[in-house]
Design a protein around this ligand. Structure first.
Ligand SMILES: Cc1cc2nc3c(=O)[nH]c(=O)nc-3n(C[C@H](O)[C@H](O)[C@H](O)COP(=O)(O)O)c2cc1C
Length: 296
């Protein structure tokens, strides 16, 4: 059995890409029940009682394995990892920050960790820091990006595979069986899928967000500044975003966006995070169907 599947304990080597603050036990359980690896997004949570509650809700819905993503900028990670280990979570992913200090904690709890990298230099450093595997994310992916020039999945995955000896999970641009098979051919043992699951029936994203993904065509996403200009974020170029991007009076479009459209109802000014692969997503589908098609 490939090393990655041993770490995940799932039927298929497909990881649900964590999405910012989305922690839908229903969605995580649906991914795990479909044979993939459901993933909580704990990057922005620092209350361990909240983590315990979410984890127990997932466990009520599935007895299949699932994991969690932690962001290394979160000061509560040691406590969060302890909660996860007590709940028998075997493998976590780590992202956004230096992996140096966290891997001894992960291994001390008997867990495995997969570090998320956007560049070859980060991959080499993460393996030195003790990462058991890597999620290698190409520039077409949804989510946070660095502001440096970056390589696409097609280039970065084989490049990292040639330079490290831990299992690799490819991410960025994978939405169907063609992308899944291509990733395995490039030297990955599995894939991480963000945007395709975001536009699933079980996803807690708003209908407006899902429709924006389905309606997004070729070249329909772009990068905007995020986290106070330090990094970038890939979003769908809606008519409003297009207008603001072309307006020389707008210095930073991130300042103009509606942060919480689900609360205010102002979806016109929303930033719908998504990857370039949105162009391949034509329908909102149940997760079971997405996974079945991907491995067919
Ligand atoms: C809106 C959005 C939020 C994301 N939030 C996170 C996150 O909190 N932590 C993380 O490691 N990755 C995050 N990602 C990245 C995904 O987990 C995944 O790696 C990426 O979406 C894969 O590329 P794809 O969108 O082409 O499938 C996010 C992606 C999107 C679209």
């Amino acid at each position: 059995m490939p090393e990655l599947l041993k770490m995940l304990g799932s039927r298929y080597p497909i990881i649900q890409g964590p999405i910012g603050m989305f922690n839908s036990p229903k969605m995580v359980a649906a991914v795990s029940e479909a044979g993939a690896y459901g993933m909580l997004a704990l990057g922005f949570i620092n209350d361990t009682d909240e983590v315990k509650k979410i984890v127990s809700e997932v466990k009520k819905l599935t007895d299949k394995p699932f994991g969690a993503n932690i962001m290394l900028i979160n000061p509560q990670n040691a406590e969060i990892l302890k909660v996860l280990a007590d709940a028998d979570v075997k493998t976590v992913t780590t992202s956004v920050g230096s992996p140096k200090d966290v891997y001894p904690i992960i291994h001390g709890l008997g867990m495995k960790g997969i570090h998320v990298v956007l560049a070859l230099s980060h991959a080499i450093a993460a393996v030195k820091a003790g990462a058991d595997a890597l999620v290698v994310v190409g520039s077409e992916a949804g989510g946070l990006r660095s502001r440096n020039p970056e390589s696409s999945t097609m280039v970065l995955v084989p490049l990292v595979a040639d330079n490290v000896d831990v299992p690799i999970v490819a991410a960025g641009g994978i939405a169907d069986s063609r992308g899944y098979k291509a990733a395995l051919s490039l030297g990955a043992q599995g894939v991480q899928v963000g945007t395709r699951f975001l536009a699933s029936e079980e996803s807690p994203a708003s209908t407006q967000w899902k429709k924006a993904i389905v309606g997004c065509g070729d070249g329909g996403t772009d990068l905007i500044p995020a986290l106070g200009m330090k990094v970038a974020q890939r979003i769908i170029v809606t008519p409003w975003v297009k207008e603001k991007m072309a307006d020389p009076a707008v210095k930073n479009i991130a300042d103009e966006l509606e942060i919480n459209p689900d609360k205010t109802g102002n979806y016109e000014r929303a930033a719908f995070g998504a990857g370039q692969v949105s162009a391949l997503i034509r329908e909102i589908k149940p997760i079971k169907e997405i996974v079945r098609e991907m491995v067919s």
